[in-house]
Design a binder for this molecule. Sequence first.
Ligand SMILES: [Zn+2]
Length: 115
Amino acid sequence: MHELSIAMSIVEMAEEESERRGGVQVNAIHLKLGLLAGVVKDALLFSYDVACEGTALEGSRLLIEEVPVVIYCPTCQAERTLKSIQRFCCSVCETPTPQVVEGQELGVVALEIAP
Ligand SMILES: [Zn+2]
């Protein structure tokens, strides 16, 4: 499963970071997930719990911030947020555009460390 390998690499990264800071307890991980990243949020949350089992991260939470898809419309010469990822068209003038500005990100933005 795709999400499980992503979850495992997140846990690994957090464990390394925790060790680097002298074995601090990580309470939560903040993740940015673009709607185009090809990752199912619920599957990733489930996989995270599985990946945490038996590690120093067990009991921590994964907090996912979903990033909407932003495209660039050549007609409006402006960035527009997509209403649906099924249709890559400008939300104002309906011009189809393949230029994605945002929405493909998948990455950890912050770790919450226990005080
Ligand atoms: Zn437009």
